[in-house]
Design a protein around this ligand. Structure first.
Ligand SMILES: Nc1ncnc2c1ncn2[C@@H]1O[C@H](COP(=O)(O)OP(=O)(O)OP(=O)(O)O)[C@@H](O)[C@H]1O
Ligand SMILES: [Mg+2]
Length: 266
């Protein structure tokens, strides 16, 4: 097989919605950090994997949680065979090696994490390691990327302006109808004729304001639905398992969703 074909295959599929690829690449070339915002399952993580592969960068992803401390990112001294040894955390590793360090759901992390991010994400591009006394300068091919979902944000968990204003922001949303059809077809192999009603269904669900859903049906759930259909599950059952149950536990909301699903498939 031709070498360029193999290379193309190694890049995870991502269907752009606007100029996000150009913006991201420009930010990388100019040494600027990037913040991605958007609802669950709309393509943020896929976008980062795609861009990392396109730019030939390694990708170090950290799923942030409410116990994540600065030391989890930078590193710590550990006891190894009777000796204490410094072990780099994922952020330090990326700064030393270059590549993308991607902090997913960054608003979950503990407040002290921002302290290490600040000098790294302004024009200094420095990572001070207090414990080892090192001051690491990020190489040109290092890039910091963070993402979060503004939907579930509460005041306690939002990022401080001094952190937010160190990043270029890209707003993500569900793809436009035609794009989403192409994504579902490509991801699952379900034919276009069967993808179109699924996407229309998701769009109706996203417009249902009176069911009080926390968030609408994501592109990820549409991919799940099409995957079940490809494997032989009936559209109605597939939709129940992917576009109703994951969205709500409330009986009345589920009934409302079932009505919309039935209107599509019966
Ligand atoms: N633009 C797109 N191009 C290709 N696939 C996409 C796109 N958007 C969504 N998808 C599909 O949707 C799935 C979910 O996307 P992804 O995991 O990137 O969501 P996310 O925004 O990171 O969600 P979360 O906030 O929950 O982590 C992907 O695995 C992929 O199948
Ligand atoms: Mg993600």
């Amino acid at each position: 097989m031709d070498a360029t074909v193999i290379m193309e295959d190694a890049i995870p599929f991502y269907r752009p919605s606007g100029n996000e690829c150009v913006l991201f690449e420009t930010a990388f070339r100019q040494g600027l950090p990037v913040m991605l915002k958007g609802p669950t399952g709309c393509g943020k993580t896929r976008f980062v994997s795609h861009m990392a592969a396109r730019l030939g960068l390694s990708l170090n992803t950290v799923a942030c949680h409410d116990d994540l401390t600065a030391a989890d990112l930078t590193g710590r001294f550990l006891l190894k065979g009777g000796e204490t040894q410094w072990v780099d955390g994922p952020l330090t590793h990326s700064v030393r090696q270059g590549g993308i360090c991607y902090l997913d759901e960054v608003v979950e992390a503990r407040k002290d994490v921002t302290v290490v991010l600040h000098p790294l994400t302004d024009d200094r591009r420095l990572l001070p390691l207090e414990r080892t006394g090192e001051l690491l300068e990020a190489p040109d091919n290092f890039m910091m990327v963070i993402s979060y979902n503004p939907g579930y944000q509460n005041i306690l968990k939002s990022l401080k302006p001094s952190t937010r204003q160190r990043f270029i922001g890209i707003d993500f949303d569900y793809p436009a109808a035609e794009q989403e059809v192409q994504i579902i077809c490509k991801e699952t192999g379900l034919d276009r004729m069967r993808c179109v009603p699924l996407v229309n269904l998701a769009r109706s669900i996203r417009n249902l304001k009176d069911l009080d859903l926390e968030e609408g049906a994501s592109t990820r759930l549409l991919v799940y639905c099409a995957t079940l259909m490809m494997a032989g599950i009936s559209p109605l059952e597939a939709a129940q398992a992917t576009l109703i149950e994951p969205l709500s536990d409330e009986e009345s909301a589920k009934e409302g969703l079932l009505e919309v699903v039935r209107a599509t498939f019966e």
